[in-house]
Design a protein around this ligand. Sequence first.
Ligand code: NAP
Length: 484
Amino acid sequence: MTQLDQIQNFIDGQFVPPIGGKYLDNIEPATGKPYSLVPDSDSRDVEAAVAAAEKAFPAWSRTPAAERSRILLRIAELIDRDLEKFARAESVDTGKPLSLARSLDIPRASSNFRFFATAILHTENEAHMMDGVAFNYTLRQPRGVVGLISPWNLPLYLLSWKIAPAIAVGNTAVAKPSELTPMTAFLLGEVCREAGLPNGVLNIVQGTGPNVGSVITAHPKIGTISFTGGTVTGRKVAQAGAPLFKKVSLELGGKNPNIIFADADLDAAIAGSVRSSFANQGQVCLCGSRVFVERPAYDEFVRRFTEKVSQLKQGDPLEEKTDQGAIVSKMQLEKVTFYVDLAKQEGGRIALGGAAPPPPNERCRDGYFFPPTVITGLPVGCRVNREEIFGPVVTITPFDNEDEVIGYANDTDYGLASSVWTQNLSRAHRVAEQIHTGTVWVNCWLVRDLRVPFGGMKQSGVGREGGEEALRFFTEPKNVCIAK
Ligand code: NAP
């Protein structure tokens, strides 16, 4: 068996097997078959990773920013160099189209390293003068060993979005990718070694949430946790951190509204909505799974949107022309099927999709496929319209006026992101102000400036990632007050 077939942990700069010697099958969603083995690590592996990170912290935190920046830039270059290798691993692990991994996920991962590598060269420290008394300046210092936990939908994109700022400012890290999608993090370990990242600065412990994730979140030597995942898990992470007063950032689930007013550029709104509904088979936390269309445009929107969605090519993720790949796991596929059945019970009409398609080819005979599914006629307050499905399923609902749709948009426990399509600039500002989501896109979707605060309101999270917010999260501000 080659090293790539048997994934290893990355601890203290070395690839090591799990101490307990146990592995889990890593299933390729497109085929439903195992294609590699992932360590089923436990608390002993986390302890080893924490010890390595602790040992590395003093030297790394004192390493000049210019040198840290140089190493992070080298990591970015190496990811770009190995783009095809990373993209293929990502596609096989997640079931997403190779073309999407190549054009979005992996370039974004290298951008994350590049962004924070340069950001740390341009920071300012605040000073506050007290007339005749004293002056204060703020030291922002790394916090020590940080824990970074990420989900399966955008594995390297999201993990690197945490690793890059955490280590850029001088912390050392213990990271855990989802056990469903371990391969790109494994490859990242190789790249970090080649880039000259000192041993122990980044440690990657592979395994399950209960055996690894919960040990990281409860570990007394890890005072900072950055977590992205579901709201139910987020609650457990918050509970684990609270007694130890950990600094915790939670990026959680969403049930995002996508609002189309009758005055919108309908061509753009339809094209944007196809993407925001079904990118990565709807498995992006930012996907607009609840579409609201102003009544005068409703019939035309539903007809043209459904027609465009029906043209998406579902197939083997490794084939270049595939637009829609596989669902990440059997469990996730069952969840999607459950909600489509529930939609029928709740009075919904399946305008498109709704049942498992024939396999795209022989290789994918046992893969986890579900077609893009469009549902109309559901009440706004029903379960399908309130609970996160995280799959290729959208509902479309008509509305009559601005106040009504703002009420619909906010009628959920989540508050991650929203999209508004209108040509009326005043309305865009009005609606953006009243929607309770951390991001509001107007006439676009998933346009990401890495400098802006990113995160959710309500049960979509606590804290913000991105740019300055991340640099602040991963540092401890200390006030030094000097008397005059
Ligand atoms: P998840 O089940 O919450 O898992 C996320 C991560 O937490 C995984 O690595 C998981 O390990 C680990 N974990 C599980 N139980 C844990 C525990 N008790 N303590 C610590 N860690 C634990 O989420 P998922 O199903 O992987 O991802 C989908 C969810 O992520 C969706 O709700 C989606 O909206 C959300 N998401 C949010 C954002 C955002 O930016 N707000 C971005 C992407 C995704 P295992 O893999 O072993 O379970």
